[in-house]
Each structure stands twice: as C-alpha cells, then as structure tokens.
Ligand binder design. Structure first.
Ligand SMILES: Cc1cc2nc3c(=O)[nH]c(=O)nc-3n(C[C@H](O)[C@H](O)[C@H](O)COP(=O)(O)O)c2cc1C
Length: 389
C-alpha cells in the first residue's frame, strides 16, 4: 500500500516532486457549501514560502490554482484539486550530488528502496519539503472547515538550537507567528532567532528547533478509540513532516520524571463547565479531546545539507568522499515548518470533527458557512489587535 494519502473523512492525497512540474493535492470529503477562494489558500501558503532572509533562497511565488470541487466560490462536495506550479527550479547542483548521497537526507534510503535508476535526485525529489506546499494548501481548507465548530489553530517556533523562548504563550499570542519573520510569537524572540541563525549560517552549519502546535479550545469527543486516538493521529501527522524527531503533548516527556501528585490535573468546574485545571495533558485524555486547547511540541533535527565538510561514499567507485552542500537550503528547517505543523494539525482536527459528527459531512447550512467565514476573519483580527500586523 503506498503512503501518499492521509485522513479518513477529510482525505488528503498529495503529489509532486521538488523539481517536477508542480506540487498538488486532492482533498476528498469536504462537505458542500464551504466558501473557499484561491486567496484563502494563498494566505496560508505565503506563510511557508521560501525566498526570505535566512531561509532557502528558492524564489517561488507558490500561486495556487483550484482545479475542481469549487463552483461559484463554494465547495460542491466533489474532490477539490489544488495545484502549485514549480517555477524556480535549479537542478544543476544535484547533478554532482547524485553519486554522493547526503547523509541525513533521504537520498540513500530512496536509492536502496526504489533503485538508483528510478530515483528523482533533483532537489530531494518526493522527499523534499517542497511536497509540504500541498499540505499547507489542504490545511487552509481544513482551517476554514474547522471554523464551522469555532476551532482555530496556530503554531510557533519555540526554540532554535540552544536558544529557547522559555515561557508559555496564549493561543492568541502564538498567532503572531503569522507576521514575524522567523515564525515566533514575539518580536524580541524573533530578533534573537535572527542573530542566532546568522551565526550558524556564517559557519556553514545548521541547527534543529522546536515548533509548538496550539489550537483554541476543541470540543470534547474528537478521537476514535483505540487506534485512531487524537494524539496518535496528530503524532502521525506531525511525524510525517520531513526532519521531525519527536512529538510531545502538554508537559510531554517531562511527565516521565514527575511524581503522580505533581502531574495530577484536578477536574474543576469553571463557568458551569467541567475543566482540567492545568491542562497538563495538552487537551487530550484517553485519546479524546476534553474541551481544552490542544498543545503539542514537535522536535526538528538540524538541516542535513550544510556547507561544512560531510563524509559520504561515491557510489560509482564505492570510495569514501568528502562533500560540501552548496544548494539553497534552510539553516533551520523548523522556521518554515511552523505553518506546515499548523496545517497538519488542522487537517487532523477537521478529519476528526467530521468523524465525530460535529460537522455535517454532506452539506453545510448557511449558518455553518457564516460561522466559518467569521472565524476565518478572526485570524486577521487577532493578529491586527495583538501583533500590530
Ligand atoms: C520546511 C522544511 C525545509 C527543509 N529544507 C531542507 C533543506 O534545505 N535541506 C535539507 O537537507 N533538508 C531540508 N529539510 C529536511 C529534509 O526534507 C529531510 O531531512 C529529508 O527528507 C529526510 O527525512 P527525515 O529527516 O525525516 O529522515 C527540510 C524540511 C522541512 C520541514
């Protein structure tokens, strides 16, 4: 079974390679009646676009075309096909690298599985993070659909290398990633990340980082016991993003060194609602959402393509060889991974909202549509109010 499709009711199939003609996605399962435009999708795609300072210098405008499934600005219930053409393709540096696989990238594993002669070596081929354009396009549709139940999603960069934000932020504050260059929640930290990455880049090196996913409060009941628990599906979605090393929820790995009394989260009544006092679990208990914000952190490794010398093997002679990777690379992939994590989280929540019966899977009412539009506008309102964006 190939693995290019994700989700059950909100079902996403991506296609395309880094240096092929285009990247695209087919989304099946979006109910009829959701307003969606190319501008809506463009708004999210602009957050992951390369070609900025200290991210890959590949210049892609990432203009999206809606090929099907939308008529008169509304979804019809048919599969939605979205296409983004690759424009700025420079394959020359990869001619040299072809016989000297980059350790840490997917070059050698793809050669071993699919055969050297079938491997698209240009820019990482299918293993390139260029594929995630399709995920962010699908994420825009998922985000819009989640508006029907009033749920919003966000993500932000919480650390690069040894530099860390070091404090918790509110959902609204995290949305400022949308206007800050390095996709952090706040200007000061953004500036620190910039100078940190400048040094790393100057040395011809790269660093890892951590991205936090946050949703607004999610209604209880999302998640399907026992294998499709919400945290299991989120973890799979996040871990399918290239360069991820781990996922944690709430207090996360720290829980393993805590005492039960320390971890314990009291159930309390607030404003007539049952709540968890500290939300240590990150909004998911027993695999189900419990009415709190979902909080998860995703760990990224350093970019494997670096200018510093790397040891590998020349596949023609089988001799060891030293390479230095000169192409257009991100010194820290976690920066551009922020909108990708946001999108993958929204895809999982939309899928589970449909599965839980919280969104009509066939047709949205006009109230549903209006609510979705309101929530969609709220993203920009919050950013304007909180971040001066
Ligand atoms: C947004 C983003 C950008 C990336 N850019 C690069 C890059 O410029 N150079 C590179 O070597 N890897 C880059 N990667 C990581 C590789 O795609 C990834 O390491 C590779 O596919 C191997 O997969 P794995 O690290 O998950 O094992 C990027 C990842 C993301 C999420």
């Amino acid at each position: 079974m190939p693995g290019n499709t994700f989700g059950h009711m909100f079902r996403v199939t991506t296609f395309g390679e880094s240096h092929g003609k285009a990247i695209g996605v087919v989304i099946d399962g979006v109910p009829a009646g959701l307003s969606i435009s190319e501008q809506d999708i463009q708004r999210e795609l602009s957050l992951r676009r390369p070609g900025r300072y200290l991210v890959s210098t590949r210049r892609e405008s990432d203009d999206v075309e809606i090929l099907s499934g939308v008529f008169n600005g509304r979804t019809t219930g048919s599969p939605i096909a979205l296409l983004v053409r690759n424009v700025d393709v420079v394959s020359k540096p990869y001619e040299e690298l072809r016989y000297t696989p980059r350790p840490g990238h997917a070059d050698l594993p793809y050669i071993l599985k699919y055969g050297f002669e079938n491997w698209d070596y240009r820019g990482g081929g299918r293993a390139s993070a260029r594929e995630t354009v399709a995920r962010v396009a699908a994420g825009a549709v998922a985000k819009k659909l989640l508006g029907v139940i009033g749920v919003m999603t966000s993500a932000h960069l919480v650390s690069v290398g040894t530099l860390s934000l070091g404090r918790d932020v509110s959902f609204e504050e995290s949305l400022c990633f949308r206007v800050n260059n390095f996709r952090t929640c706040c200007r000061d930290f953004d500036r620190n990340v910039e100078s940190y990455l400048e040094n790393v880049f100057r040395e011809g090196d790269s660093v890892g980082g951590i991205v936090e996913f946050i949703s607004s409060e999610v209604p209880p009941g999302l998640g399907e016991p026992v294998f499709d628990k919400l945290k299991a599906d989120l973890a799979k979605a996040f871990m399918s993003v290239p360069a991820t090393m781990g996922v944690e929820f709430g207090v996360g790995y720290r829980a393993s060194s805590m005492k039960g009394s320390e971890y314990m989260d009291s159930i309390v009544v607030r404003n007539g609602r049952l709540r968890y006092e500290k939300n240590v679990a990150g909004g998911i208990v027993g695999g189900l959402s419990v009415g709190e914000e979902i909080r998860s952190r995703v760990y990224f490794k350093p970019t494997s393509s670096i200018r510093k010398p790397i040891r590998t093997v020349d596949l023609r002679s089988m001799d060891e060889k030293i390479i230095s990777v000169k192409g257009r690379h991100d010194p820290c992939v976690a920066v551009r991974a922020v909108p990708i994590i946001d999108s993958m989280g929204s895809i999982v929540l939309a899928d589970h909202a449909l599965r839980a019966g919280l969104i009509n899977p066939v047709k949205l009412s006009s109230e549903d549509r209006d609510r979705a539009e309101d929530v969609w506008r709220r993203y920009e309102e919050i950013v304007r109010r909180r971040c001066g964006g």
